[in-house]
Design a protein around this ligand. Sequence first.
Ligand code: HEM
Length: 368
Amino acid sequence: MTKSSSPASERSTGGKLWEFFDQRLGLSGILDIALHKTVPQHSQSVWYFMGGLTLFFFLVQIVTGTLLLIYYQPGGNAYDSVRRITYDIDFGWLIRSAHSWSANLMVFVLFVHMFSVYFMKAYRRPREFGWWSGLVLMVLTMTFGFSGYLLPMDELSFFATKVGLEIPSKMPLVGPAAASLLRGGPTVGQETVHRFFALHVVILPALFMLFLTFHLFLVQRHGNALPPSEERKPESARRSIRFFPDFLLKDLAMWLIALNVLGLFACLYPWDLGLKADPVASTPVGIHPEWYFMSQFQLLKVLGNWFPGAVGEVIGILMVTISGLVWALVPLFDRSSDNKMMSRVGTWIGILALAGLIALTVWGYAAL
Ligand code: HEM
């Protein structure tokens, strides 16, 4: 056997393939970044998995949503097409159940992610844009949920959307026009389903991908933030692990657990389909939005009862808007652990926000 003088001919097929792709796509550059990236390791490291878990549920949404698209028909046939998916198409119930459960789990881990980065003070310099892009992703996720809820056009989804769209219509000046634009007419109907469908499958995914790319780029750029308790330690006492493969393997293990949890929920509690919505029927009692809108719903309901006319609802909308603005602006005043006063103000805003959300949600369900 003659030994080849050319190094290329000595390389295995795998090596040659790697070289082919590397030369054209710059893969070694990406691998180099992954190999040098590290993730801090400390008592609160578990929170670093929450963003990845949110991403996992979003990916499930894309896969299951695309499968649902094959049989779903917006407009007049919406309910019947969902009925067919649920009862006639093989495994249709499973895909629909997984899509709905994954949406809820995504919102849940998203809240955990947001509050964990908040209490770790990961919004501080230089991560302000990570915080703001995250907030945009959160608004987009909630809008995904709101627009998707109507699509089956069963009783609950129809009336909850009808009630939900009455809220912005109470806003002075722009309110009625905005509500009518979303509804596509004076009442919720087929036109609304078409609009929500376009929002749900085209506009929101496009915007989401854009902001997600920005968000993940920033995470890569700045690395994971250290919580204040770790920041105080001398550098020699801090520990970290390699992102590739150590953190990534743990991340994947988390995804596997999440997949199992999702499978259990989707199979043990298959997503229900109510009766077909009757637009001329009166709104049934106890109609309520999804759990993640319950706190706002309860606030508006209570204020609506306290004040005459639409005054209470307008106050409620203003309160929610101002709270959202304060939440977004926290990185501008709580900027470093050195400013103890502002740091404490930031922490208390977080505690109040979390307690307020939980209290209003529980109150909302208790008052149904
Ligand atoms: C909706 C989809 C979202 C996805 C898929 C997502 C994904 C991620 C991922 C993968 C990370 C890196 C790992 C980690 O620290 O958890 C991260 C970090 C971060 N996210 Fe999100 N995120 C989302 C929403 C949000 C929201 C709503 C906020 C807050 C308003 C937010 C704020 C941040 C911040 C500040 C970091 C940096 C954390 C650090 O440096 O340790 N993200 N995100």
